[in-house]
Design a protein around this ligand. Structure first.
Ligand code: GRF
Length: 165
């Protein structure tokens, strides 16, 4: 089982995968200054360029902010974590846009060429209160992300390994 995680920034979701004891074979960052690179180094995970990943069984986009090419998306098994209840609020600034809703949350989905549009694997929601602002929503959604992304990855790893043997 070979797992690669793609990041662009803080890497708190990468950290939650590491903390849950999931073996990560490499981290790709679209940003050379991403704090997530330091987290990967501390966990002894190799930092890779995109053309060095070989043949992973699963790629996890965890705060990866770059659009992937059609060829790349069609070649690999890729999932993404997105901070909204898709199909609501694709793209950026999801928390701000959800402030007037009664519910907000997170989605883990398969990656297809069209942005934030692949098959939904998992969703979980929070209530939006009158006192919420962008920051409070972001923090509560991140808590959900950190809790559920490792759970979903573990499940997918199980399925991939079962398919193989
Ligand atoms: C998360 O909210 C993720 O859903 C979104 O970008 C944020 C990344 O946070 N795609 P981090 O880099 O994992 O801390």
């Amino acid at each position: 089982m070979k797992l690669i995680v793609f990041i662009s920034g803080n890497g708190s979701n990468l950290q939650s995968i590491i903390n849950n004891g999931i073996k990560i074979d490499g981290v790709v960052s679209s940003n050379p200054n991403a704090y997530g690179i330091i987290r990967a180094r501390k966990a002894n995970i190799p930092i890779m360029e995109m053309d060095e990943i070989g043949n992973p069984d699963l790629i996890v986009l965890a705060g990866y902010m770059k659009i992937l090419s059609k060829e790349f998306v069609e070649k690999y098994n890729i999932i993404n974590i997105h901070p909204s209840l898709l199909p609501k609020y694709k793209g950026l600034n999801t928390h701000q846009r959800a402030l007037n809703d009664s519910k907000h949350g997170m989605t883990i989905h398969k990656v297809v060429e069209e942005l934030d549009s692949g098959e939904i694997i998992f969703q979980n929601s929070i209530k939006v209160y009158d006192f919420d602002d962008e920051e409070s929503l972001k923090n509560r959604v991140l808590e959900l992300e950190h809790k559920w992304l490792p759970v979903v990855i573990k499940q997918l790893i199980k399925e991939i390994e079962n398919d193989r043997y």
